[in-house]
Design a protein around this ligand. Structure first.
Ligand code: FE2
Length: 240
């Protein structure tokens, strides 16, 4: 039996994009959804995203750095993040429905799954030995990724965090980032489908799903959270 998994990453509070991606998945007979963290923050649709995800029957999910910071802000735990970014996390926490506090707190840093004989790692990004994230590599390659996972027995390494789509192969390992679903400079939200056949063959499909980006940006402008200029100009490449 084939195993077909949908991989989503960096939703960042963008329900408009996530809901269209979920509709797209319905075409593909998906067995499981893997979510690679940064569920909330940057976008304003925090509770809508969490409501959708917590209703999924076959979801494997981990936390990202933004999820952790929002939880810290909610619990008033001091953070090393300062300035407008911290103010933004406080704002998201103030809008977080308290029913999701325990859900965010329980999210693991990494998860491992087995599907079709393949061992799959879900991590928001590459981790140091002390479980902190390595600095973002703006131009990863097989040469930079392979040494990080040389001693890992995972066949497929899934990560997000850098908001770029990656697809690298080295020996028996695949290094994949589906791209940031909720932080897009176009009206297309990326995600990925992994299909594993009985004979172990792995097929990767990168999908781009149209969503109403202008409605999302309009909603964000109306909410006007802290760090708005950074979100609009730098992350969403939205001018004016
Ligand atoms: Fe992110």
């Amino acid at each position: 039996m084939n195993r077909r998994m949908a991989v989503i990453a960096d939703i960042h509070g963008n329900y408009d994009a996530l809901s269209e991606v979920m509709k797209d998945m319905e075409k593909f007979d998906i067995d499981a959804v893997y979510c690679l963290g940064d569920i909330v923050s940057l976008g304003h649709q925090t509770n809508e995203v969490l409501e959708l995800l917590t209703g999924l029957p076959n979801l494997t999910i981990i936390r990202g750095n933004h999820d952790e910071e929002v939880l810290k802000a909610f619990r008033k735990i001091p953070s090393e993040v300062t300035g407008p970014e911290h103010d933004h996390h406080v704002w998201v926490a103030e809008h977080l429905d308290p029913v999701y506090e325990e859900y965010l707190a329980a999210l693991p840093l990494v998860q491992t799954r087995e599907a079709g004989g393949k061992k799959i790692l879900l991590t928001h990004y590459h981790l140091e030995s002390d479980d902190t994230y390595t600095p973002i590599d703006p131009a990863p390659s097989v040469e930079s990724l392979a040494p990080i996972y040389r001693d890992s027995d995972h066949d497929i390494i899934l990560f997000g965090h850098d908001h770029m789509r990656h697809h690298f192969e080295h020996d028996h390992q695949l290094f994949l980032n589906p791209g940031a679903l909720g932080v897009t400079s176009t009206a297309y939200a990326p995600y990925m489908i992994i299909e594993i056949e009985d004979d172990g063959a792995v097929h990767i499909t990168h999908r781009n799903v149209h969503y109403d980006r202008q409605a999302f940006i309009g909603g964000l402008r109306r909410e006007d959270p802290p760090a708005m200029d950074y979100i609009l100009n730098v992350l969403l490449k939205e001018r004016g």
